[in-house]
Design a protein around this ligand. Structure first.
Ligand SMILES: *[C@@H]1O[C@H](CO)[C@@H](O)[C@H](O)[C@H]1NC(C)=O
Ligand SMILES: *[C@@H]1O[C@H](CO)[C@@H](O)[C@H](O)[C@H]1NC(C)=O
Ligand SMILES: *[C@@H]1O[C@H](CO)[C@@H](O)[C@H](O)[C@H]1NC(C)=O
Ligand SMILES: *[C@@H]1O[C@H](CO)[C@@H](O)[C@H](O)[C@H]1NC(C)=O
Ligand SMILES: *[C@@H]1O[C@H](CO)[C@@H](O)[C@H](O)[C@H]1NC(C)=O
Length: 515
């Protein structure tokens, strides 16, 4: 062989290997790198988009009350995106975007206005219409039953999640949903992020029903007790969840062939300093925020660290309850946006009066969550969470139920930072998948700009913008919607219109397209 040809062949071989290596880089991937049955969707929740808050028999939820008391920058969900009336148009946008699935929640107080008792036929009709519209357009409905919106009637009646009575009412509500919609809905989530709901709503008083006691309140409240209510609310949520799962398995699973899970708020956990103390504090935070629910679901009991630190303030499971909670999930939903710093606060464990946060013996820097800045780019944090669920919590089937970038509400439709965020995070999901994580799907938060729990309309996450100054509340695709659409249609991800993503520029210059 001529040295020249030999050299060329070696060079080509080398180039090929080089291209192969590059294509497994998480910055340059396509839809076809994911398993064919991997689900890509986007989501919203009832109170955040439906509007029609007083229409057709709906009654307020604890979230309505919270918003109307002015805790969401003066905003409320009375009108929101008017998805109650515009669902057909919205499903057309989903179709155009190429979504496989839409994640939404049912408003309990729209379906069963008093929280228990008779079903509201108009509420039933609305959810049937929405589900039928999705199905007839080939979009899978993924449905959540509780998203910070317990009927206010049950809060008034017996203090909602603080009472055991909620278990029966929640199970009956789930029964109505499984019975009425379960022929078409195959993915059910009982309660959305109960870990942060219990902490925010019963320890710090920053989310509905806004209970807390001094000195632990972030927003003062006249009701509550931060020392034990977070544990009690979480306990009843676990019991209500597992009761609904048991009902589904007994009465519906054989015929409907669906799956029931629960979702958690997760975050990357970063030691404030590289010391043994801060690293140990990180482990405690992991246990308190993730193990709190995952260990009962896996083993039927709370982590021993939590029982130690909270003592009698954390409720005990009876043997029967423990058996019911253990294994009561078909998948776990992951809500993920950002990372938080953690530092040691083990001295706080010597204080007699402690809340949930003090019981962790750590300080979690959640200030990020309360601002309206864009989230820092930390796709490794999502991988870290998936790795934790893989190695510590039995590698359950996982849906990333929420992930997305927050921007200010007056930002332009050219939401480059959101595209960069989604691009990097979906890439990190691919890396985790290849590293053995059992991820089954990914939902961008949010499908359209919605009413946000803490920020009201001040910050936005949507793929579609909603013009709030337009009485028609018209929707407009952002760059991120176009990018997601291109991605779902199989294109490599480095280009959107005239935008070339930064991380991709070196790869794009190689100019290959490798299938
Ligand atoms: C909260 O409950 C604990 C334990 O029952 C009690 O010692 C404490 O006084 C209560 N605090 C308030 C503010 O009610
Ligand atoms: C968070 O911790 C990292 C080191 O782990 C540090 O570099 C950074 O400044 C910290 N951020 C804040 C807001 O304290
Ligand atoms: C959005 O509004 C804020 C506050 O009013 C302002 O500081 C910022 O410049 C505005 N941004 C854009 C893109 O208009
Ligand atoms: C991949 O999985 C292995 C085994 O669980 C783990 O040691 C490693 O840290 C993982 N890599 C990433 C990037 O998560
Ligand atoms: C999807 O991609 C195909 C082939 O690349 C292209 O012909 C088609 O127009 C695209 N569809 C949409 C809706 O962009």
């Amino acid at each position: 062989m001529e040295p020249q040809i030999y050299f060329t062949l070696v060079f080509l071989l080398f180039l090929n290997l080089y291209v192969l290596v590059l294509t497994t880089d998480h910055n340059n991937y396509s839809r076809s790198d994911f398993p064919v049955d991997f689900i890509f969707g986007s989501g919203t929740s009832a109170y955040q988009v439906e509007g029609a808050a007083y229409e057709d028999g709906r009654t307020p939820s604890i979230w309505d009350t919270f918003a109307h008391a002015g805790f969401a920058y003066g905003g409320n969900g009375d009108v929101a995106c008017d998805a109650y009336h515009k669902y057909k148009e919205d499903v057309q946008l989903m179709l155009e975007t190429g979504l496989h699935a839409y994640r939404f929640s049912i408003s309990w107080s729209r379906l069963i206005p008093n929280g228990r008792g008779p079903v509201n036929p108009k509420g039933l009709q609305y959810y049937n219409n929405l589900i039928n519209e999705l199905i007839s357009n080939g979009i899978q409905p993924h449905v959540t039953l509780h998203n910070y919106d317990l009927p206010q009637a049950l809060e008034d009646d017996y203090e909602g999640w603080l009472s055991r009575r909620v278990i029966k009412d929640f199970t009956n509500y789930a029964d109505v949903c499984f019975r009425e919609f379960g022929d078409r809905v195959k993915y059910w989530t009982t309660v959305n992020e109960p870990n942060i709901f219990a902490m925010g709503s019963y320890d710090q008083g920053i989310s509905p029903p806004r209970r807390c006691s001094p000195p632990f309140c972030i927003i003062t409240s006249s009701k509550g007790n931060s020392t034990f209510e977070p544990y009690l609310a979480a306990h009843h949520i676990l019991l209500a969840h597992s009761s609904a799962v048991r009902l589904y398995r007994r009465k519906y699973r054989e015929q409907q062939q669906g799956f029931v899970g629960i979702s958690f708020y997760t975050f990357g956990i970063v030691p404030q300093t590289n010391t043994e103390k801060d690293r140990a504090a990180c482990e405690r935070i992991r246990t308190f925020y993730f193990g709190w629910f995952m260990e009962p679901l896996l083993h039927g009991d709370y982590p021993s660290l939590m029982k130690e630190n909270a003592g009698a303030r954390i409720p005990a499971f009876t043997t029967r309850e423990s058996e019911q909670v253990k294994g009561s999930y078909d998948f776990i939903g992951i809500i993920h946006y950002t990372k938080f710093n953690v530092s040691d606060n083990s001295d706080g464990l010597n204080t007699k009066l402690r809340d949930f946060s003090a019981d962790t013996g750590a300080i979690l820097g959640i200030k990020d969550l309360l601002g309206d800045e864009e989230y820092p780019m930390a796709p490794w944090a999502l991988q870290e969470v998936l790795e934790t669920f893989k190695t510590l919590y039995g590698n359950p089937p996982i849906f990333i139920h929420e992930n997305g970038q927050r921007t200010v509400s007056n930002a332009s439709l050219r939401d480059v930072s959101r595209v960069e965020y989604l691009h990097a995070y979906i890439g990190s999901v691919l890396d985790s998948l290849r590293n053995g994580s059992n991820v089954k799907g990914y939902f961008v938060w949010s499908f359209m700009d919605a009413f946000e729990l803490l920020d009201g309309y001040k910050s936005i996450y949507g793929l579609y913008s909603v013009d709030r100054n337009d009485p028609e509340l018209r929707r407009y695709p952002k760059l991120s919607a176009k990018w997601y659409k291109q991605f779902l249609n199989g294109s490599r991800t480095s280009l959107v219109g005239d935008i070339k993503l930064k991380e991709d520029s070196s790869l794009a210059s190689v100019g290959h397209s490798f299938q």
